[in-house]
Every structure is written in structure tokens, then in C-alpha cells.
Ligand binder design. Structure first.
Ligand code: PEP
Ligand code: MN
Length: 357
């Protein structure tokens, strides 16, 4: 991993005004939408214009991207505004076309990162293209090895201008996020590859407009080096991800607020906050698990009632306690804490089940 880390070429991000801001619509729809959105983005804050041309959609029969002609519009943006331009690639043909239209930044989407065949195909097609910046989004599920594997495949073909994008992870349980962020996993990622530029994509994490600023602030506390935020000249009528896109003017407001908070934080305050974010993330998970536990306990209560089984089962309580204390021992959790927690949980279960009676 040290070799991988040392091979990363950071020149593209080091020379940028940090943080690097990538913005533009989820999808290119027509030339006017692309040119107008780009024109309304403030170039003192935004360095890269993004637009998806080929859209990986979870379900069929949705808008799957405008295709090649969108690359001409991106090329116009590059010529008219001087912004760098970015699009998503998912196969060798996409790579070839994007290169022929002088696209500066290619990103690999979450669904593609999850497929080693796709990544290898993209890496092969990129061989010799040493000036392209390639950003690899996290795979849909939190598999750090798979994500690193994608970087290794690209480096194996001499692609060194690399970065990663944290866009959150699929989660089955109820979550307030479209894709659950995992700050802790990203901290581990950085520990393994300290030189890799990390960019945060609050739009795909939130799935709505309201949460974007909060996630962008969190990314700031973890010293991410850039943000990718979807913007659209007419978000309510966007052909994809309408709920999460904001106007270029709203984006500017947010970026100004972020610049302001940057002035308010010392390094130690920032570190303190990043630990608190990690704790809050775990607390959210604990609460979601408690809710699930209580739900099952309720169902068990109904069953006990219909089968005429006593609510309180002393051997069951003893089993739960013993098992938990044992598990905790290996993880460095004190017996006292676990006894207290499981006593409370058990009492709550009994209470719930008594209410059913
Ligand atoms: C996108 O950036 O529009 C996109 C499709 O992202 P992801 O791969 O994160 O879903
Ligand atoms: Mn999108």
C-alpha cells in the first residue's frame, strides 16, 4: 500500500484553490441548460463543471443520459468559461469519446466501482492518458478493499492523477440519507492512503437539498479536499435527481457560508468536531438498532400472549447477559456497562410485552 500511496500524483489538487468545487447538473439535458448552468456558476468558487452524459439508473425506463452530443456541450463550456469539465465513464467506449472531446476529469460511478471487470476495462482504455484526472466514487457497499482495488487497477496502467469521492453507501435500514455516509470508513481509508485526495458528494449522500450544507460542513471537519455538488439552472424540472439539485446561486450562498465557518475554527476545534461527528454517527446507528430490537420484542409479546407463554423467562435473560458479556470482553467493553445496558433493555422489553397483555 505504501507503493500505491507514493505513486499518487497530487499536483492537480495541490495547485487548486482548496477546496476543489465540482458542480453542474446530474445530467446533461440540452445545450441551453448546460450553457446556462455553467454561466451562472461563480468561477471564483467553482473550478470544475460536471454533467452526466451516460446515466446508470437503478431501474430501467428512466432517462439514461443524452449520450455523445452532451460531450459537445461540455466542450463548449470548457471553451467559453475556462472551467475544467467532468463526466462519468462506465466503459472503454465512454473513455474513448470523453478523451476525444478533451474532457479533463473522468469520474467512475458507485455502481461501476463495485465491478472489477468494468474498472479493468476503464483502466485499460486509459493507458497512456497520463494527464486525465480520474475520480473513483465509493462502491455502493462499504467494501474498502474493492475501492482500493479500483485505484490499484488504474495505477497499474500508469494513471496517477487520482482522487476518490465519498458519495455514501447503500443501506437497507431506514435512514434519513439516500446513501449513508461512513466517515469512519473514510478515516480508515485516509490512514491507509494518506496522499489520496478525498472529495465529498453531499448531493448523493442526502438525496435532498436541505441536508447538503450540513454534510458539506462535516466534510470540512474531516479535511476533505473538495466537494461535488449537483446544480441545475432549473432544478425542479431536472430530468434526474430533481429533489437534490440546487441553483448555482444557492450553491454560491452555501460556499460562502463554508468559507466563513472555515475562519471560525481552529485546528483543535475542528478535530474535536470530527470525533463528535463519528460518535453521532454511531449513536444514530445504535438508535436505529434499538428501534428494530423493540419492534421484534413487540412481535414476540403478541406471540407469547396468543401461545399463553409467560413474559418473563429467567433462563433467557441469563443467556443474553452471559453471551453479551463474553462478546464484550473480546472487544474491551466492561462487564458493568453491558450488565447495565442489557438490564435496561430487558426491563423495557418486559414493559412493552406487559402492555400487550
Ligand atoms: C452522479 O454523480 O450523477 C451519479 C450517478 O453518482 P453515483 O455513482 O454516486 O450514484
Ligand atoms: Mn445524480
Amino acid at each position: 500500500m505504501e507503493k500505491l500511496n507514493n505513486s499518487i500524483d497530487r499536483s492537480w489538487i495541490d495547485k487548486c484553490n482548496k477546496p476543489l468545487i465540482i458542480s453542474g447538473p446530474c445530467s446533461a439535458e440540452n445545450e441551453q441548460q448546460i450553457l446556462e448552468t455553467a454561466k451562472r456558476l461563480n468561477p471564483s468558487y467553482v473550478q470544475v463543471f460536471r454533467a452526466g452524459i451516460w446515466k446508470p439508473r437503478t431501474k430501467p425506463n428512466n432517462f439514461e443520459g443524452i449520450g455523445k452530443k452532451g460531450l459537445e456541450w461540455l466542450h463548449k463550456v470548457k471553451k467559453n468559461t475556462g472551467l475544467m469539465v467532468a463526466t462519468e465513464v462506465a466503459n472503454a467506449e465512454h473513455v474513448k469519446l470523453a478523451i476525444s472531446f478533451e474532457i479533463d476529469v473522468l469520474w467512475i460511478g458507485a455502481r461501476s466501482t463495485a465491478s472489477p471487470f468494468t474498472i479493468q476495462e476503464i483502466a485499460d482504455a486509459l493507458e497512456g492518458e497520463n494527464n486525465k484526472i480520474i475520480l473513483v466514487k465509493n462502491p455502493i457497499h462499504p467494501d474498502i478493499e474493492l475501492w482500493m482495488g479500483a485505484l490499484e487497477r488504474l495505477l497499474g496502467k500508469g494513471i496517477r492523477k487520482l482522487g476518490v469521492i465519498h458519495r455514501g453507501f447503500y443501506t437497507y435500514k431506514n435512514s434519513k440519507y439516500r446513501n449513508q455516509p461512513n466517515w469512519n470508513l473514510l478515516c480508515n481509508f485516509r490512514r491507509i492512503l494518506p496522499r489520496i485526495p478525498i472529495i465529498c458528494d453531499p448531493s448523493h449522500i442526502c438525496g435532498n437539498k436541505e441536508g447538503i450544507l450540513d454534510i458539506a460542513k462535516k466534510a470540512y471537519h474531516f479535511q476533505y479536499e473538495g466537494l461535488m455538488i449537483e446544480s441545475h439552472c432549473d432544478p425542479d424540472h431536472a430530468w434526474s435527481d430533481a429533489q437534490q439539485q440546487i441553483t448555482p446561486e444557492k450553491l454560491l450562498e452555501m460556499l460562502k457560508e463554508l468559507t466563513y465557518i472555515k475562519k471560525c475554527y481552529t485546528k483543535s476545534k475542528r478535530d474535536l468536531n470530527s470525533f463528535r461527528i463519528l460518535i453521532d454517527e454511531l449513536d444514530e446507528n445504535i438508535i436505529a438498532l434499538l428501534a428494530e430490537r423493540m419492534n421484534i420484542s413487540k412481535k414476540l409479546g403478541v406471540l407469547k400472549k396468543s401461545s399463553n407463554i409467560a413474559i418473563y423467562q429467567p433462563t433467557r435473560l441469563k443467556n443474553i447477559m452471559d453471551k453479551s458479556i463474553n462478546l464484550g470482553k473480546n472487544l474491551g467493553i466492561s462487564e458493568e456497562l453491558l450488565k447495565g445496558v442489557f438490564k435496561l433493555l430487558h426491563e423495557e422489553s418486559i414493559k412493552i410485552q406487559n402492555q400487550i397483555r
